[in-house]
Design a binder for this molecule. Sequence first.
Ligand code: SF4
Length: 696
Amino acid sequence: MKKSVFSICGMCTVRCPIRVEVENGVATWIEGNPHILGRSLCGKGSAGLAFHYQEYRPQGPMLRQGLRGGGQWKRVTWDTALDYVADKLGRILDRYGPGSTFLSCRGGPFLDLPKTFLKALGSPNFTNHDAACGRNVHHASLSLYGLGRKDFIYDLKECNHLVLYGRNMLESLKVKEAKDLMEALSRGMRMTYIDVRQTVTGSKASRFWMVRPGSDYALNLGIIHAVIKEGVYDAEFIRKWTTGFDDLANIVQPYTPEWAEEQTGVPAAEIHEFVREIASDRPKVVFHPGWMLARYRDSFYASRSTHILNVLMGSVEVPGGQIIAKGPKDYGKKDLNNLGDGVPKPTEKRADGVGWKYPHFDAGPGLFQLFYPAILTGQPYPIKAYVCYRHDPLTGFPDREAQRAALDRLDLIVALDAKFGETTWYGDVILPLSGYLEKDSPIASQKGKTPRFIVRRQAIEPLYDSKPEWWIFKELAKRMGLDKYFPYESVQELWDFQLKGTGFSIADFEEKGFVDPADKAKLFDRENGLKLKTGSGKIELVSPSLEKAGFPSLDIYREREPLPAGTFRLVFGRHAIHAHGHTQDNPLLHEVFPENNLWINDRVAADLGIAEGDKVEISANGVTAEVKAHITPFIHPEAVFTVHGFGRTVPVLKRAFGVGFADQRMAKGCLERFDPAGGGIAYLECLVTVRKAEEV
Ligand code: SF4
C-alpha cells in the first residue's frame, strides 16, 4: 500500500517542509513540500532515509553503568527509565530547590513541551545553542529595534544588492533561502561577499572581499563613514524613525575608507565604488547580519554596525529589504495556544545571571556557557540536574574537557535524542526520541512575510523502541505529579488544544501540510505603523539600554594585534553535505564527505613546506591533531579553516568515530571567553600552530 505524508525534515535545525512517500510501511522517497519548496531538498534532507534505516542510533531507553562516558549501558524498559528520572529529579528538587535543573536544546519550532516541563518543575533555567551561534546578532538587533534576529526576514526575491559577511547561504543552507538566492542572482541581483575565505556562495558573487580576520567592524565603519559623507542614506527614514544619527556621524568621522583599507586589506577605491553602487540600489539593499558574523570578544559591534547599514539604506519594511516577520496577531488572528502559558512563572532568578547580573541580555534562552560556572560554584544556587534535549554542547561549545569537568559535578544528566552525540554519550540516562519520520510533533507557528501553522506528521512506525517528545514529557510530568500542565492523552488532543480558537482543525493540514492564518503578505506602514519595541519606539542608533549596562552604542575600533609568528586563527564553518555535528555518521553523507581537512593559504603553505594532501599537525593549548592539508589562495594568510563537526569520540558511531579532527577541542579556555556586550562565544580568539606532520 502506498501513501504520501506531509511532514518536516529533521536533518538540521532549519526544518524544511517535506513530502514523504511510503510503500508498505517503508519510506521510499523524501522531497521538499511542493507547495512551499517546489519539491527541492538539500543533500542532507535527501539522506534522511539513510538516517532512519541504519542501526547506529539509540534503540531503547538506557541507563549508564560504570563511569560517565565509559560507554557501558543497560537497556531498560520505558517504565524503568522514566521512573528513574522522575525519582532522581524529584529528590534533587526537594534537596536543592526548583532552580536546580537546567534544560538545553538546539532550538527550533517545537519547544513548548520542554519549556513547559522545565517551567512546571519551577525552574527558569531554559537555555539553548545560540551563544555558540547567533546571540551577538540577536542582541545587536534587540539594541536597535527591540526586535530579535528572528523577527526579520530578508526579501531576496526583490532585492537589488545583497551583502553577506561569511553568511554562506549555499553551504550553510536553508532550502527556501538558497532557491531564492539563485533566482535573485539569475535576475541580476548584485551580491557582495565578505569573508576570510572564498566559499561556494562567494563564488557566485559580483564582488568578493577577502578581509583580514576580525576586521569586519573596521570595514563597516569605513562604509558607514562614506555613506554619511556622500549623503547617500535615506534621510527621511532616519529623521522619522531613528534616534542618535548625529552621534553616529561623529563616531564614524575618523574611520575613512582609506583607514578601513589599512585594517581590512580592502582597497579604499573599491569601498567608494561599493558605496556608489548601494546608493543606486537602495532601498532594496540587504546587509545580511547572518548569525556567525565573527567570533571575537568585540564582534557585537560588527553585528550592530551591519544592522545600522540597513537602517541607513532605509531598507527596513520595504520590498527587497529587511521586513519585520508577521505572526497571526499582526493580522488580528489568534495564534496557537501554548501549554506553557498555563504554568506559573518560576520565582527564582536565572542561574546564568541573564536578566539580573547581565541585564542587557535577553533572558529567553540566556547563555548556555554561563551554566558551567553556576554548576562549579553553586552560585547563585546549586545546579544538580541537566536535561539535554536534542543538543550536543560537547560538540558545539569549546573545550570539551572543561565542560566534562563541570558536568561531572551534576547528580543527573538526562539525554533525549534520536542519535548518539558526544553529550548523549556522557549522560546517565538516554531516552531515545523517535526519528522525525517516525513521529507526530506539536504544531508550530511560524512568522514570516505571512504567518503559517505547520505540523510534522508521522510517516512510518518507529523502527526501534523510541518515543515522541509529546509522550515522554507528559509521562515524566505524570510521574512527578505535574500532569495537570500536560492536559492531553494523545497527540490529537494536544493538537486540538493548540488549535482551539484559531478556526482550524488538524484535518485542515491534510491538503498541503500547513495552513495560513492570513492569505496576503502585508508591510507595516512606514509613515506611522512600524512596530518597534525599543523604549523610544524608534530605531536606537544610540541605545539607552546598552549604555545603562555600561556599553557604548558604537565602540571605538580596536586594531587587531599582529599574530605571533607561526600562529593562525582557526576558522570553522559548514559544508553543504553536513549539518554541524549531527550528520557525520550518516551512511550516505559519510560516503560523500567522510572527513574534514585544513585549508591553508598557498603562500603560507609554501613557506611551511606543506603540499596538497600532506598530513599536518595542528596544535593549540596542549591539544594536537593530525589532518590533511588543502592548499588554496582562497583563504587569508592569517587564517586556517576547517569544516566543523568531525573528530567524534563516541565508539558506536561506526563511520564517524575518530575520523577528522574536532576544531572545538583546540579552543581551550574559550568557554569563558565571550563577547560581554553580545554574549557570543569568542571562538576565533583561538590561535593554532600548523606544521607538516612527521612521517612515521
Ligand atoms: S536544509 Fe536540508 S537538512 Fe536542513 S531541514 Fe532543510 S532539507 Fe532538511
